[in-house]
Each structure stands twice: as C-alpha cells, then as structure tokens.
Design a protein around this ligand. Structure first.
Ligand SMILES: [Zn+2]
Ligand SMILES: [Zn+2]
Length: 373
C-alpha cells in the first residue's frame, strides 16, 4: 500500500517531522493492516524529536494513539476481522504470558522489543518511496495514514462511537484515568492532587473524581487548563505550582496532607519528587505516570520522612491498567457520558500540520491535538 506519513529524519535534533510518501508491505502472519481515521498527538512522541527517548533508527515513524478500520488481516489473525473498528495500544498484549494472565497486560512480555523500531519478526514493514527501511515506534507508527501492526497491538471496539474522539483512549486517557483509579487507588472521600493537567493529567482529574475523591486539586502553570479542569473535568480547586498546591493542601486538610498525589507532567524531573511527596499525608501515595528523559537518574528525597511517615512512591505504565481491559471500559464510560473526551480534543489538524500541532502543545494551547486523516 502506498501511504503517507510524518517521519523524523534526524531524531533527537529538534528538527520536527517531515511528511512524505511511504510504501507499506502487506500484513504478515499475526499482523493487521488498518486505515486510520485519527491519530492523537501524545507528548511521548515529541520526546523522539527532542531526544529524551533514544531513537531505534533513522528515519523514524512515531505515533502510537490511533483509531481506524481494519482493511486486511494476515495469516492466523483471530482477534480482529476486516471492517472492525480498532484502537491501537503502544503496549502489545499477547493474552497468555504471566503478566497478561494476571490481568497486567500493560507489562506484557511482547513489550520487550517495543523500542526496536522493527516488526516482531525483526524485519521492516514500512519503507521510504526509494525503498529504504523505516523504523517504527512501539509497533504502531500512527503518524501514517495506513499502518501494519501486530494484532496484539489492537483492541476492537464497538462501531457506534466517533473514532476521532475515542482515539484518545489509545494512550493519554487510560494512562491518566488509571493513574488515579488503579495506580494511586483513589478512594471515596480522598483529597487528591494532580500535578500537570494536560492530555494525560486531565484524565487523572476525571478518574479521581469518578472514584469518589471529595477534593481534587489541579496543578498546572497554564491558567485556562486550571479553569477547564474545574469547569469541565471535576477538579474542585486549582494551583499554578506545587508550592501553591502545598499551601492549599495544608489549609484544606488542617495540615494533614493529601491522600494521593499524581505526577502527570510532560517531562518528569528529579527535583519534583520531594516537593510532590511533601503534599501527601502519613501513609499517603505519590503516583508517577509522566515520562522522564532516559538519562534522568538523580532525585533527592527525605528518606527520613519517607520511612517514618510510611509514604509510598509508585511508578505506573499505562496507568497500571491492561489495554484490553481499560480501553473498552473507557469507551463505554464515554458512551454513557461519564468520561469527557469532547473537551479533551482542543484542535484537529491534517497530517501536514503536525509540526504546528506540536508547537501548539508546547505553548500550552492544547489539551490534546488530534490528526484527522
Ligand atoms: Zn502516549
Ligand atoms: Zn502478554
């Protein structure tokens, strides 16, 4: 199939994406050809341009939030059929490794080759018009109108929901929602602080409120994100910084502290951890879902307070939720009106405007930008 995609020709150099013609091989055994309707612009893909994550090869096709319709299936495919509506998952889940059978498909062993840039058999499905191999991020590469990916990287959904909205349930929504509901284990009556309320964190706000938190404090430097967190996503309070949130938490809880704090900023820095841990009470939980630079290994922490106050720090991938479990569940909550996706899609773009779309994300204009094919 001849298609077009947005490539990083020089990953890690901040030079942006180049839209070009691509040649896609037919699906091999266990693989599926999907024509995408929409692709979400996750911050994780931008890390490939800045160099926060190490690129597998050049040129590089990123994009892992996709929604579309199955066009063709390879030999032995049983999970989806031609015409099915599907959402991509950057984490493939096989359904039978020890993690999958324990309901932890977000940790599936098939993720081992996630950053290899190659298909699971070690070869390439995508080529440039001149025949050179293209490396593909997380088996998906949704910054291309057509994709060939493993069936394990797709989750089938019902056909009655708009693909250009539920595309966000591919990554940003389950990561944020799960950070509150599954990773931090927010309970009825909790006081919760969400640090960073963009395309991921806003769903931690929604999830915390849905799980019964009485107080949800949205922390973000961007004024309109604080406002919309309260107006449309269920936050009860907002603060512009962790320091400001600390004052708020202290006064709202009579100095006790929040039950849970959740870090969902675009790039997690080591010096955020101790102040964020300072927000939570004795026995409290700090959940971290944002991605750091791969070179980030340093953080300072009051170990004394950590131990004596019995605090916990939890890291979570995909909101500690299995894609096959959380994606259909969240689509259903959207259908019932309990999950707000419509306000999450701030702007849509044609593929050709992908660099403008990422500029809009970095300047704080978007909760989420979506490419519509
Ligand atoms: Zn993502
Ligand atoms: Zn598995």
């Amino acid at each position: 199939v001849r298609t077009r995609g947005a490539l990083l020709l020089n990953p890690g150099t901040n030079t942006g994406f180049t839209v070009t013609e691509l040649e896609l091989d037919p699906p091999k055994a266990g693989e599926v050809l999907v024509k995408l309707t929409a692709a979400g612009l996750c911050h994780s893909d931008y890390h490939g341009d800045t160099g926060d994550t190490i690129a597998s090869g050049t040129p590089l096709l990123l994009g892992h939030e996709g929604a579309g319709v199955v066009q063709e299936v390879g030999a032995g495919v049983t999970k989806v059929a031609v015409g099915d509506h599907v959402i991509t998952s950057f984490m493939p889940s096989c359904g039978h490794c020890r993690w999958c059978v324990a309901g932890r498909g977000n940790l599936c062993d098939r993720g081992a080759q996630l950053l290899s840039g190659k298909a699971m058999d070690g070869t390439h499905r995508v080529h440039t018009a001149s025949g050179d191999p293209v490396f593909v991020g997380t088996f998906t590469g949704t910054f291309s109108e057509h994709i060939v990916c493993p069936e394990d990287s797709l989750v089938r959904i019902e056909k009655d929901v708009p693909l250009d909205k539920v595309v966000l349930v591919a990554c940003g929504v389950p990561t944020g929602w799960g950070s509150a509901v599954t990773l931090a284990e927010v309970e009825a009556g909790d006081v919760v602080v969400v640090i960073g309320t963009g395309g991921v964190g806003m769903n931690a706000v929604q999830g915390a409120r849905y799980a019964g938190a009485k107080t949800v404090i949205a922390v973000d430097p961007v004024q309109w994100k604080r406002d919309i967190a309260i107006a449309e996503f269920g936050a009860t309070h907002a603060a512009a910084s962790i320091a400001e949130a600390q004052e708020l938490v202290t006064s709202l809880t009579n100095g006790v502290g929040a039950d849970k704090a959740i870090i969902t900023v675009g790039v997690v820095e080591g010096d955020m951890i101790d102040p964020a841990l300072g927000l939570v009470s004795k026995g409290g939980v700090l959940a971290i879902s944002g991605v750091s630079a791969m070179t980030q290994t340093d953080t300072k922490l009051s170990l004394f307070a950590f131990v004596l106050y019995e605090k916990q720090i939890r890291g979570g991938l995909y909101g500690k939720s299995a894609p096959n479990l959380s994606i259909p569940k969240l689509v259903d909550l959207y259908r019932k009106g309990d999950l707000n996706l419509d306000s999450l899609v701030t702007n849509t773009y044609p593929l050709e405007k992908i660099n403008e779309a990422y500029d809009d994300m970095m300047t704080g204009k978007n909760l989420r930008g979506v490419i519509v094919y």
